[in-house]
Structure formats: structure tokens, C-alpha cells
Design a protein around this ligand. Structure first.
Ligand SMILES: C[S@@+](CC[C@H](N)C(=O)[O-])C[C@H]1O[C@@H](n2cnc3c(N)ncnc32)[C@H](O)[C@@H]1O
Length: 255
């Protein structure tokens, strides 16, 4: 990708950041400015993001909603509800987007179950917000990349600086750094954005770089997050929350 094109994308992202005060606002602005017509959302849940985008971005006329809306035994994350709750969320997501019934395509299944129903090079934008574990983000980025046209974008949520986004009994979140390594493998520039979001463009003749527009991502490796003293601290915090609160208050008083 030419330096001028990279600069203009970076400027577009910065403009969207300055105009937005939430994740939804940011992507609404970005999707409008990128003139997205066909897109996919992986992980739809109650349909809040889908409804927002379909309302805000009139040009979007094919919106693939990818979600199994069922309990997944091997998915150890807090959003893994029971089947009944997911059925309710499915009905909710449908009701929320009924106003755009002719513009949406509901694909009920996991990424691997439904990916073949999306043609290659179909999408201007894929928004990845499903299974944020190492397994999930690997499958989603590798599966969706061929579905995005050259010049299109892949973005996503939960680009969390820490893999310990939830309690240690849950599977770690590894969108970051996996998405950065993925960008390196496909020679793309990847941007870290506010609200724990990321974005990269699929281009020919590009090169890898990691551009942090938040200033908060310093350590790409995992050794600090897996250091024994860090794990011990986390375990103590989780097992003895009252004690951890007292220690934090004492530290505040002393400093
Ligand atoms: C955090 S929620 C998505 C929130 C939604 N994008 C929003 O902004 O309102 C995660 C969703 O990912 C879905 N999910 C989990 N594993 C998945 C997989 N393998 N493929 C597709 N979706 C998956 C879950 O069913 C759940 O609804």
C-alpha cells in the first residue's frame, strides 16, 4: 500500500475517533465514510450493534448476521448463556433488525458452520465480535479474510491490552496480540483504536505495521501477563476481594 493511502486511512480513523464518544458511534462513522455496502458481523448477541449500523448507515444493503445463538459447551466466556436465553436473544436480534429485513442475512451457526455461505471477496467490512479466545479469533480472522474484498476492512472488538479481561476461571482473551500477528502474516497495517477496537485494511503491495492510535499498547509478548508474581496477585485478588480492597485503599492513602 502506498504511504499516501496509509496516511489517508489513518486520517480517516482519527477523524472518526474525534467525532465519536462510543464504540457504536465510532463504527457508524467509519462504515459511512468507508462507503460500506456489504458487511458481516460475527457475534450478534442481542443485535444492538446490528440495529445501530443498519439504522445509521443507509448504504449498507447486505448485512450478514453470524451467530449460533446457542450454548457452546467448549466456549468458556461470560457471554456463553444457556440455550433458552440465546433463543430469546435471537428473537430480540431479529425484532431489533426487522425494520431492515430485506438488507440483512441471518446465518445462525458458528463461523466454521456458516462461512461457506458467504462468497469470497464479498465484503467491504467484517466486524469480528464473537469468540475472543485464541481459538475463536484465529478461526474468525483466517476464515473471514478471504471473504473481504481487496481494499476492504476487518475490524473487531475486545482488542484488550490484557488477556485477563475476565476472571481467571474463563479462557483468556487473545484478540490482542493475535490480530497483530495475523496482520504481520498478511502484510497489513493494523490500527489499535479506542474502546478496545482494532482495524486493518486488506490491500495488495502492503507492508506490516502496528499503529497504536491510543498510546496504550506496549508489550506484544505474553510473558509479563503470565509471570508467576502477576498470576499470584490475580489469584489473591480473586480469592480475597475484601483484602484486596483494603490493600488498594492503603496504597492510595500512602501515596
Ligand atoms: C460479545 S457477544 C457480541 C456482541 C455484539 N457484537 C454487539 O456488539 O452487540 C458475543 C457473541 O458471539 C457469539 N459466538 C460465540 N462463539 C461464536 C462462534 N464460534 N462463531 C460465531 N459467533 C460466536 C455468541 O453467541 C455471542 O452472541
Amino acid at each position: 500500500m502506498t504511504v499516501a493511502l496509509e496516511d489517508s486511512i489513518q486520517q480517516r480513523l482519527k477523524d472518526c475517533i474525534s467525532l465519536s464518544s462510543s464504540r457504536l458511534d465510532f463504527w457508524g462513522e467509519f462504515i459511512r465514510r468507508a462507503e460500506v455496502v456489504r458487511m458481516a458481523e460475527v457475534g450478534v448477541y442481542r443485535g444492538e450493534f446490528a440495529a445501530f449500523v443498519l439504522k445509521r448507515c443507509e448504504r449498507v444493503n447486505r448485512y450478514y448476521m453470524v451467530d449460533p445463538w446457542r450454548h457452546i459447551e467448549e466456549w468458556h466466556k461470560p457471554a456463553n448463556e444457556d440455550d433458552l436465553t440465546f433463543e430469546h436473544f435471537f428473537q430480540l436480534a431479529k425484532a431489533e433488525t426487522d425494520f431492515a429485513g430485506t438488507r440483512r442475512v441471518i446465518l445462525r451457526g458458528t463461523t466454521t458452520e456458516v462461512i461457506n455461505q458467504i462468497p469470497n471477496n464479498e465484503l467491504d467490512f467484517a466486524y469480528i465480535d464473537g469468540d475472543h479466545t485464541l481459538r475463536g479469533i484465529s478461526i474468525d480472522l483466517i476464515s473471514f479474510y478471504p471473504k473481504v474484498r481487496t481494499g476492504g476492512f476487518i475490524g473487531g472488538d475486545d482488542f484488550s491490552r490484557t488477556m485477563w479481561q475476565h476472571k481467571s476461571s474463563f479462557e483468556p482473551t487473545l484478540v490482542y496480540p493475535f490480530a497483530v500477528y495475523f496482520a504481520e502474516a498478511v502484510s497489513a497495517t493494523i490500527y489499535a483504536l479506542p474502546y478496545n477496537q482494532f482495524c486493518m485494511q486488506k490491500t495488495l503491495n502492503s507492508h506490516f505495521s502496528f499503529v497504536d492510535l491510543t498510546g496504550g499498547y506496549d508489550e506484544l509478548g505474553l510473558r509479563h501477563q503470565l509471570a508467576p508474581e502477576k498470576l499470584l496477585k490475580m489469584t489473591l485478588r480473586e480469592r480475597f476481594p475484601a483484602l484486596a480492597k483494603i490493600a488498594a485503599r492503603t496504597r492510595k492513602l500512602v501515596s
